[in-house]
Ligand binder design. Structure first.
Ligand code: DSN
Length: 453
């Protein structure tokens, strides 16, 4: 059967392959997986029910699934130097919820980075289920973009939280994990508080040995997604320190029992049947991350990000934190050239550069028209782009910014996004030329895989 027999869906999958191939992916949380990761995800494992854990399932026929899940667990433990790994969370959000559920009672306080400062929705945004159950208190960042450790310490003293969470989706520094541990150790009852790191954005950098590992600095739990810098399938993962016991048996609520409390919080606490085809793909990705070539990839992500940040600064872009220590860059487009992040995101999309508008800590208004854009280098690094290409991308971004500034000046209703887009139409020939240049550049660096077969 040809892959196009199911015409309606596969037509759009084919179009997505073209979109990904002809453009450059600058969203810092996206990446391209290998053919083996795609093969595992597209396998018959999706046919199987396997509630429970390896060797302890509620269904028969899990002999192969058990082997695969155990490989994934063992590889994750080795990658992150953890005592235990739960590879079943369907997503990073599920992973975070499971940790809260494992350790906290309704109403308990969790201290986390606030969303405007760069934190994540699942770290206490009022629109989430967790925020209705737990009492989230948010710490901020300093003017130079670092965690405001003094704010964190003050809030920890005041609220005596059950979890101190270090994690973010728009932050470009390496956290001082030791300092956070000291804040927790000075609480009135430190044993009632766990240190949790949501390292979804930088897990691949940790695995590649180019970023500090919170588990080596006294953190008790680390959650992550598996599809960002870690370059695996879309999914979640929880690593923990402590004693591993039978997850089907109840254990005391102690920090040493965290691995088991977390296993029970994932299943049956918050999820049902695990996605074993995705777990197989996680196992494959973790195997790839254990290869020496992954270290080179991780090193190059950071090298490319620094080069791109320098090139952008040379083009007079103002960057949050004045640069980057990881894979991620936040541009203050409002301060750089007087336009908003959403308009700039749209214009860059027109030439095949994909990134996302993002709030800055200084933003007060609606998140739909924030002042910044967020970009990063993991996906481009996977495709093999290097410092020379970062320069070309920065040049194109400057050219698009200039066109946006001109479009805004000529626009009669510059506060209206649709009017701004119409005004940009006057620059269609220049945008077309830039799009052709980006396409030519992208096509020099093919995707690692476009299908499972
Ligand atoms: N949505 C992810 C990101 O882009 O950072 C976080 O979950």
């Amino acid at each position: 059967m040809s892959k196009n027999t199911e015409g309606e869906v596969f037509k759009f999958i084919d179009q997505e392959i073209t979109r990904q191939s002809e453009g450059l992916e600058l969203i810092p949380s996206e990446n391209y997986v290998s053919k083996n990761v795609l093969r595992a995800m597209g396998s018959v494992l999706t046919n199987k029910y396997s509630e429970g854990y390896p060797g302890k399932r509620y269904y028969g026929g899990n002999q192969n699934v058990d082997e695969i899940e155990q490989i994934a667990i063992d590889r994750a433990k080795k990658l992150f130097k953890a005592d235990h790994a739960n590879v079943q969370p369907h997503s990073g959000a599920n992973a975070n919820e499971a940790v809260y559920f494992a350790w906290c009672q309704p109403g308990d306080t969790i201290l986390a980075m606030s969303l405007p400062a760069g934190g994540h929705l699942t770290h206490g945004s009022p629109v989430t289920r967790s925020a209705k159950i737990y009492n989230f208190v948010g710490y901020g960042v300093t003017e130079d973009g670092d965690i405001d450790y003094e704010d964190m310490e003050r809030l920890a003293k005041k609220h005596q939280p059950k979890i101190i969470l270090v994690g973010y989706s728009a932050f470009m520094k390496v956290p001082d994990f030791e300092r956070v541990r000291a804040i927790r150790d000075n609480l009135k009852n430190p044993e009632s508080c766990i240190l949790m790191a949501d390292m979804a954005h930088v897990a691949g950098l940790i695995a590649g040995g180019v970023h500090e590992n919170p588990l080596e600095h006294g953190f008790h739990v680390m959650t992550t997604t598996t599809h960002k810098t870690l370059r695996g399938p879309r999914g979640g993962l929880i690593m923990s320190m402590g004693t591993v016991s039978n997850p089907l048996h109840k254990v005391d609520h102690t920090i040493d029992n965290l691995p088991t409390l977390i296993d029970r919080a994932v299943f049956p606490g918050t999820q049902g049947g695990p996605l074993e085809h995705v777990i197989a793909a996680k196992a494959v990705a973790f195997g790839e991350a254990l290869e020496p070539s992954f270290h080179t990839y991780a090193k190059n992500i950071v090298k490319n990000a620094r080069a791109l940040a320098d090139d952008l600064k040379a083009h007079n872009f103002v960057l949050q934190g004045d640069g980057t220590e990881n894979h991620l860059i936040l541009i203050d487009v409002k301060r750089s050239c007087g336009i908003d992040g959403k308009f700039y995101e749209y214009a860059l999309d027109e030439i095949g550069l994909t990134l996302n508008a993002n709030s800055l800590p200084t933003d007060k208004g609606a998140a739909f028209r924030p002042s910044g854009v967020r970009l990063g280098t993991p996906a481009m690094t996977t495709r093999g782009l290097g410092e020379t290409e970062m320069q070309q991308i920065a040049d194109a971004m400057r050219a698009v910014a200039d066109l946006c500034v001109a479009a805004k000046k000529a626009c009669l209703a510059p506060d209206d996004l649709e009017s701004l887009k119409e005004s940009l139409d006057a620059s269609a020939p220049q945008l077309k030329k830039l799009r052709a240049e980006i396409k030519a550049l992208a096509e020099k660096f093919p995707l690692p895989a476009t299908g499972a077969c």
